[in-house]
Design a protein around this ligand. Structure first.
Ligand SMILES: [Zn+2]
Ligand SMILES: [Zn+2]
Length: 113
């Protein structure tokens, strides 16, 4: 295995240490994996097509690429003069504009209206 690929990059939000975990399931169903940051507790749970990661490698590679993807924020709503809310164009997660990355699918968020 290529070491550079199997190593998790630090969290793109805060630079914290990231770890891979497996969801344990019924033995008849294969486990899936997610990555989370120990420092700010953000996660990466799904791939761009919203499938779970069935191997550790898939989860690690997606985490390492997360900061390179950009999604347009949909349904941008101005809540106050400083706060906007919207929905990640990639995975549909509800986000607020202090987020530079989606906490669910991990892509960069484009807040331009
Ligand atoms: Zn973090
Ligand atoms: Zn997302």
């Amino acid at each position: 295995m290529d070491e550079s690929k199997s190593a998790l990059k630090p969290c793109p939000f805060c630079g914290g240490e990231a770890v891979v975990h497996a969801y344990s399931h019924d033995p008849d169903i294969s486990d899936w994996y997610y990555v989370f940051c120990k420092k700010c507790v953000c996660r990466l749970e799904v791939s761009t097509n919203r499938n779970p990661f069935y191997t550790k490698m898939e989860a690690i590679e997606a985490w390492n690429r997360r900061a390179e993807r950009t999604a347009k924020v949909n349904k941008v709503t101005r809540v106050s003069s400083v706060i906007r809310t919207g929905r990640c164009g990639d995975c549909g997660y509800d986000v607020i504009d202090s987020y530079k990355h989606c906490p669910y699918c991990g892509c960069k968020l484009d807040w331009s209206e």
